[in-house]
Design a protein around this ligand. Structure first.
Ligand SMILES: Nc1ncnc2c1ncn2[C@@H]1O[C@H](COP(=O)(O)OP(=O)(O)OP(=O)(O)O)[C@@H](O)[C@H]1O
Ligand SMILES: [Mg+2]
Length: 862
């Protein structure tokens, strides 16, 4: 295949152009040509595209080969330019080649064209190749030049660095040599800091420093917590040689005066003084000194002063010590911190110990019992706790549970607390009241407060206990007393009116009975009315008894003899299933009202018999002496030390539970069926015993029986023994002034007294009575007057009567609620009192006693 060839042909003749093209084709080229024949066309053609070759004619009408060659040269093109002409001679041709053409060919010898083109194309190729090689070479050269330049600069820099390094090495080596001494000192100091834990450290460090700067004396101190300078070491020799009155080692800030170390510490800079330093008298002379502050994080924390080197201190000494101080600073700081912490730790420990002791004594001396329970066991109890239960510490701790110390009947109270907590009740602490059991077996009432907590990381219950047995008993007694008081007041109020009514009923009935024959209905009805009236009277009397409003006659009596009467009665009335066991161990005397003692024994025995009515049993009646001297031995807190007569009524009956036991002394409390019991029996016992300054206690166990014990104070003197009970009704004929404002009672009194044989002058008010008496006082043997009357009370009347006739005997009738002072009344001459309602027998006996002059021996009390 032929070689394509882009040809620019500069030729005016088309034919010649074709000739050239044909020649090229023949030579093996595939010519792509453009023909131009003017300068303008040639320039356009050259601008348009690149050519492989330019073939130009020499002579043309409007252009020329020479002009074309010039254009070619202007363009500086590196493609072959061949001149083809029919007219050209060798001289023109050579000249053209000199001017830049590559060859010239005659049109006649056109066969030379292709070889010339071949050659010129090759050469042009070679030229281009060479040119490109030249170019590459130049570039390589330039690059090399640049690299050499760069390397040279690098080398220069490296050289400079090396020089600097060598310089630095030399400097460091020098410094190293000079600091070797410092290093040794530092190491020695470090060792001291590490190995010395006490204040001797400062002395040891100072010795190293003194040796290093060849100095005789020095100080090394630190700033203490309070800002004072503390110098545990002023190196031994200073103190030894100093002759100071006080050799202090602590320098409070305000005493720093104008010392060099003060300046050093304040200004945080070193001071060299190569000359004598002013010192206090007696101090070793300081000829020269060097002072270095120890500064840590901008704060002066200590100071080193060295003195009396044989030569002047110099920069090197200063530098050495400054470096040493810099190195010491953090260690000294750490050391100070450690010391401060150590002091604080010790103080804290001491405070802890002290507070521990305080707590211990608070707990141990506490007036409440303190306990801790862990895993159910009591792991701690205080002294009071042991005291409450009567056990020794060792007998409780790690041996007993709290349950062991609780009365079996009350364990549910603690269980309930635990259950409530388990059910999630959010209570901080639980308050309990329960019965505990003392080591002696005695039941005690305790109030406890317990809370769940932690002890040494495991759950614990901590609590306190107080013994409230005494308070509880007192509280119950107070409650009982208050109740009695209230009921007494109430009952007393009713009883007053009742008594007047009953007095009339009983009086008139007695009179009715006396006036009818025995075997008549009226007589029987009257008996019934009398019995009912008497029962009513008894009831009122009982109420008055338990509320202690009743009148009683206290005489020294032998209990042993007066209990015989009711015992006889009892024996007769009890079923044969009940056996009576009687133990009379004493004949001691007590101050007692016989009727009331009968009543006590009857009430207690009836209750005892009632408790045994189903199964039978033994009724034990025991009378014995009892005495105690230590208040703690008192069977009841109301009992003072002394001698007593003890009457116990014991049964083997049904006993009582706690609830019943709590209320038995309450008036109207009964467990009997309605109508069976009034519930007044024990209230009356209580009232009577109290009235006798005695005490009644009870012990009972359900199913086993009860024991009631009455303690009466014993009377030591051997006085008269109770007279025989006399059932007769004494009579008389004297003249009696009878005063009462109630017509009904006047009428009744008149009849009763006249029945007894007396002559009666009745009066319905005090003034009337007084005037009758004033008229003829000598005609009256006795005055019986009511207390409560309009215009003038009984006592007022009595006073008036006595002023008229001092020896006139007066009997005063009172209801329970009338406040008559027996003692003062007696003092001005009232001889006796009659408590309404009174029976015929009572009034008959009182009248006789007064008239017969026995009133002095009769004790009348309210
Ligand atoms: N020895 C005893 N054994 C068992 N229970 C007793 C005994 N003594 C008293 N009680 C209980 O005390 C309650 C009160 O006694 P109290 O003597 O005051 O009244 P009462 O006996 O019920 O009635 P009343 O005495 O009028 O017949 C009785 O109902 C009984 O429950
Ligand atoms: Mg009873």
């Amino acid at each position: 295949m032929g070689q394509p060839l882009k040809v620019l042909i500069v030729e005016d003749s088309e034919d010649d152009t074709l000739l050239v093209v044909r020649e090229l084709k023949r030579g093996g080229y595939i010519p792509v040509f453009e023909r131009v024949d003017s300068e303008e066309d040639m320039l356009n053609a050259l601008d348009k595209e690149e050519r492989d070759i330019i073939i130009a004619d020499y002579a043309m009408p409007s252009f020329s080969g020479t002009a074309a060659l010039n254009l070619y040269k202007e363009r500086n093109l590196d493609i072959p330019f061949i001149l083809v002409s029919g007219t050209i001679g060798d001289d023109v041709g050579v000249q053209a080649m000199v001017n830049g053409a590559h060859d010239y060919i005659c049109k006649s010898n056109l066969c030379r064209l292709v070889p010339a083109i071949n050659r010129e194309l090759r050469e042009a190729e070679i030229r281009r190749a060479r040119k490109s090689a030249d170019h590459a070479l130049r570039r390589a050269h330039d690059e090399l030049e640049k690299r050499v330049q760069e390397r040279t600069t690098e080398l220069a820099l490296a050289n400079a660095a090396l020089k600097a390094e060598i310089e630095e090495r030399k400097r460091v080596e020098k410094a190293l040599r000079s600091s070797k001494r410092e290093l040794t000192i530092r190491n020695r100091i470090s060792d001291v800091f590490l190995s010395t834990s006490d204040e001797s450290l400062y002395g040891k460090v100072l010795d190293i420093i003194l040796e290093a700067v060849k100095s005789e004396s020095g100080i090394f101190g630190y700033i203490g917590e309070d800002g004072a300078l503390v110098c545990p070491s002023l190196n031994g020799r200073v103190w030894e040689n100093c002759n100071l009155s006080e050799k202090q080692i602590v320098f409070p800030r305000e005493k720093w005066r104008n010392t060099t170390w003060r300046k050093a510490l304040r200004e945080k800079r070193s001071y060299i003084t190569n000359g004598p330093v002013p010192v206090p008298e007696g101090h070793v002379p300081i000829l020269r000194a060097l002072t270095i502050p120890i500064v840590y994080r901008g704060e002066s924390i200590g100071v080193i002063t060295v003195a009396n080197k044989t030569t002047d201190y110099n920069d090197s000494d200063q530098k050495l010590l400054e470096t040493t101080a810099r190195k010491i600073a953090p260690v000294l700081h750490a050391r100070r911190q450690r010391d401060i912490q150590e002091v604080r730790r010790r103080q804290a420990q001491e405070a802890l110990k002290e507070s521990e002791e305080k707590y211990r004594s608070v707990v141990e001396e506490s007036l409440v019992g303190v306990y801790i329970v862990q895993n159910g066991i009591l792991v701690f109890v205080n002294r009071k706790f042991c005291e409450i239960y009567g056990y020794a510490y060792e007998e409780i701790v790690n041996k007993l549970t709290l349950y062991d110390l609780v009365h079996p009947d009350d364990r549910h109270i603690l269980e309930e607390g635990i259950r409530r907590r388990m059910e999630g009740e959010k209570t901080d602490s639980l308050e309990y009241e329960f019965r505990g059991v003392h080591k002696s077996g005695k039941v005690i009432i305790l109030k406890g407060l317990g809370r769940a907590s932690f002890l040494q990381d495991s759950p614990a219950i901590m609590g306190t206990l107080i013994d409230v047995t005494r308070e509880k008993t007192l509280e119950q007694q107070l409650l009982h007393a208050q109740k009695m008081e209230a009921i007494g007041t109430l009952a007393g109020g009713i009883a007053h009116d009742f008594n007047n009514i009953l007095a009339a009923i009983i009086g008139f009935t007695e009179m009715t009975r006396g006036r009818v024959r025995e075997d008549t209905d009226v007589r029987r009805y009257a008996e019934h009315v009398l019995r009912a009236g008497t029962r009513g009277k008894d009831l009122v009397r009982q109420i008055l008894t338990f509320s202690r409003h009743s009148e009683k006659e206290l005489k020294p009596v032998q209990l042993s003899s007066i209990i015989q009467e009711p015992l006889k009665l009892l024996r007769a009335s009890l079923p044969s299933t009940i056996h009576i066991k009687q133990e009379i161990m004493t004949d001691s005397l007590v101050l007692a009202d016989v009727t009331q003692i009968h009543q006590v024994l009857m009430n207690l025995s009836t209750n005892a018999a009632h408790s045994m009515r189903e199964k039978g049993g033994t009724l034990g009646i025991r009378l014995s002496d009892f005495s105690f001297s230590a208040p703690l031995d008192a069977p009841h807190q109301d009992m003072a030390p002394g001698s007593y007569v003890k009457l116990s009524v014991a049964d083997t009956g049904c006993g009582m539970n706690r609830e019943v036991l709590k209320r038995i002394f309450d008036p109207f409390f009964t467990t009997k069926e309605t109508g069976e019991g009034t519930g007044l029996g024990l209230s009356v016992v209580h009232g009577i015993v109290k009235g006798h300054k005695g005490v009644v206690t009870v012990e009972s166990e359900t199913g086993k029986g009860s024991t009631f014990t009455v303690y009466f104070p014993r009377v030591e003197q051997d006085s008269e023994v109770l007279a025989e009970i006399d059932c007769s009704i004494p009579r008389g004929h004297e003249r009696i002034l009878f005063v009462d404002d109630e017509d009904m009672l006047i009428e009744m009194g008149k009849h009763v007294l006249e029945d007894l044989g007396y002559e009666v002058v009745p009066k319905t008010d005090g003034l009337e009575a007084l005037s009758a008496f004033q008229e003829e006082s000598s005609k009256f043997d006795l005055v019986i007057t009511d207390q409560t009357m309009p215009y003038m009370t009984g006592t007022d009347l009595a006073k008036e009567l006595i002023s008229v006739r001092p020896d006139i005997p007066i009997v005063l009738c009172t209801g329970f609620s009338e406040l008559v002072n027996a003692e003062s009344s007696k003092a001005f001459g009232i001889k006796a009192f009659l408590m309404k309602p009174f029976s015929v027998q009572e009034i008959a006996r009182t009248i006789r006693r007064v008239l017969d002059g026995k009133s002095e021996s009769a004790q009348v009390n309210r």
